[in-house]
Design a protein around this ligand. Sequence first.
Ligand code: AMP
Ligand code: MG
Length: 354
Amino acid sequence: MKTEYLQVNPENLDRRPFRKAGDLLRQGEVVAFPTETVYGLGANALNANAVKKIFLAKGRPHDNPLIVHIAEFEQLKPLVQGISEKAYVLMHRFWPGPLTLIFPKSNLVPNEVTAGLDTVAVRMPRHPVALKLIKEAGVPIAAPSANTSGLPSPTEGAHVLADLNGKIPLILDGGETEVGLESTVVDVTVEPPLILRPGGVTLEEIEDAIGQAAYDPGLSKDKNETPRSPGMKYTHYSPKADVFIVDGPDKDRAQKITAVFHRMTQEGKKVALLLSEETGREINGINGRVIPCYYEVLGSKNDLPSVAHRLFSSLRRCDYHGADIVLIEAFPEQGVGAAVMNRIRKAAGNQVIN
Ligand code: AMP
Ligand code: MG
């Protein structure tokens, strides 16, 4: 299959690419498009055969359900059975935006979308291209991230092309995504509401809106409980290189990274470094030259949204530079840092150097 690649300018939405994309979606085809979180691979959420093509193109496990994207509040009711008070509060505070809510599903939603669960995940994204595409298609759009399953989620059109060229008919390139990490998934069918996947909207913001909420106990590193969100049990977001997290007290970071770097380099490995601005500055001052195959400052420990924005693309850049090993720093887990560390742990398969 030939993959068509069309640029769209989010500030000036020319109708032509959308007409083409809308036609494909109505015909039961898949289309990749930008959202404010990451790029999505969309299909008509009410068409089981169309939805199957998403799983095929991504190589996605069949027990991992999809998020249904809507552009207007009226599109929600037919998809669900009952909307709780807290769900209304969250929707009105955070939609359109990077928040996904879990509802009891209606019969309209095919089992292919929900992987057989009796709940459905719904989100209203805020990216102008995503909103216009959903409106143009005239149906809700089921869309997971537009990457090959297991690889870091795409935050640029070029990442989608690298993964899915020849496997899907159309990519809409609307530039880099803003948040850089996926939406926060919140289950509002339980009390207190549970965060099944940390993301662009933080626990602090959710509690400010509805009072007490909690992380799904299955998200914690001690694997006694299975995550409630099927997607969170898979290895994920990993580049081809082997990723190690460097943790421990801030004051020892630069020394530790330098020592580990030299040991791995002497073993003949090509090592990439993904660091905080603070540690990057210190490493520059350490004697005994550190020359990684790739080096990137993800941002300050005080500016976690910047770290989130760059994380997935920087993991991909480590691969482009031929890294065998990526040493990535641990970041503080406040605010969006919780989502950043969730993704870093998944990318590293929990390999930590303390
Ligand atoms: P992706 O779109 O690739 O970011 O994946 C969607 C995420 O939402 C995965 O982690 C899914 O497991 C999760 N998800 C989708 N539907 C449900 C649901 N009904 N219940 C719990 N988690 C869900
Ligand atoms: Mg994904």
